[in-house]
Design a protein around this ligand. Structure first.
Ligand SMILES: Nc1ncnc2c1ncn2[C@@H]1O[C@H](COP(=O)(O)OP(=O)(O)OP(=O)(O)O)[C@@H](O)[C@H]1O
Ligand SMILES: [Mg+2]
Length: 311
């Protein structure tokens, strides 16, 4: 297996007597979109600053693209694109000029900077706005410009600190689609932080939940949702008049059903996705009667809140 893109071991940051990050162990592999999810003050920005060498850990260690975050932070900054939680631009310069300037700061030649700026504005969907001053841009457009500046060095890893914060639904959707596109078309590994579960759920392949500086859970999104629905039950309680074993077997075979349990006169069906309709159709096809069908649904939101509270 290839080397992890990010690997932290016991990473800890203490400010005075306050532990902002407590013994963080996590791994992000190539090609993942890793969502770092946590409420305000959880330690997300603290972690990001440590990863790019803008802050020094109190204890523990980490590598980014194989480079040590303390000793080789220059190499990291050369190969990692960062969108900080506030991205500032020269408001009275055009988007193109802003990017060219960042290109020059990153040691690109003048011609390269111009070319790269134009190309990146197309990538982030701001091609038509290239000569417009940034002061005219909406917040969403500024965030996309922020992603463009993070891409200027052709990074191998993109780190985005709350990329959709303060954006309206349309702006949020554009950022989400851009993230998915960069990952799919360029195979870019992306680490992003957010306090919005919904965002993470729609964008990320992997998720780590952090609260009070501690990583509470970390896994592939599909493992996590499966695990949670298994333990918490996205389930249906059914009463079927004379259910046959054949019928129960067929329900168990439906994609999205993980378990069928018969207990006294009730049948409990655990689902990994909502396939209530398919279950009803199957029962009807067998000519059986449903006497009761009661969904016991936990939203993912509630389940994640459980993790927040337990941390
Ligand atoms: N330089 C500092 N000195 C003292 N405390 C700090 C410092 N930087 C951060 N903290 C504290 O560490 C905790 C974690 O902060 P951090 O900025 O990492 O949270 P976050 O998860 O990014 O939150 P947000 O969603 O608000 O951006 C907070 O309680 C914050 O007040
Ligand atoms: Mg933050």
């Amino acid at each position: 297996m290839s080397q992890p893109v990010i690997e932290t071991k016991g990473l800890t940051k203490v400010y005075g007597d306050f532990t902002a990050l407590d013994n963080l162990n996590l791994t992000v592999n190539e090609g993942e979109i890793f969502g770092f999810l946590g409420p305000n003050g959880a330690g997300k920005t603290t972690t990001i600053l440590l990863l790019v060498g803008l802050s020094v850990p109190t204890s523990g260690a980490a590598t980014v693209l194989g480079y040590n975050i303390v000793r080789e932070s220059r190499e990291i900054r050369r190969n990692v694109g960062l969108l900080p939680d506030f991205a500032g631009f020269y408001e009275d310069l055009s988007a193109q000029k802003n990017l060219e300037y960042i290109g020059l700061l990153n040691d690109l030649s003048k011609t390269e900077s111009e070319k790269r700026a134009t190309e990146l504005l197309e990538t982030v969907g701001l091609g038509e706005w290239k000569n417009v001053n940034v002061e005219k841009f909406s917040r969403g457009m500024k965030q996309r410009l922020g992603i463009a500046q993070a891409l200027i060095k052709r990074p191998r890893l993109l780190i985005l600190d709350e990329p959709t914060i303060g954006l309206d639904p349309a702006g949020t959707k554009e950022i989400r689609e851009l993230i998915l596109k960069l990952n799919k078309e360029q195979g870019l590994t992306i680490f992003l932080s957010s306090h919005l579960l919904h965002e993470i759920q729609m964008t990320c392949t992997h998720v780590g939940i952090i609260n009070h500086g501690r990583l509470v859970v970390c896994d592939a999104l599909h493992n996590l949702t499966e695990l949670l629905t298994e333990s918490e039950g996205l389930s249906l309680e059914l009463k079927i008049h004379n259910p046959t074993q054949e019928l129960l077997k067929e329900i168990e075979g439906i994609v999205g059903v993980s378990r069928v349990l018969q207990k006294e006169d009730k049948v409990y069906v655990t689902m990994t996705s909502d396939v209530t309709l398919e279950i009803s159709k199957t029962i009807a096809r067998h000519g059986a009667y449903v006497l009761l069908m009661k969904p016991k649904e936990y939203s993912l939101e509630e389940i994640f809140m459980k993790y927040y509270e337990e941390a």
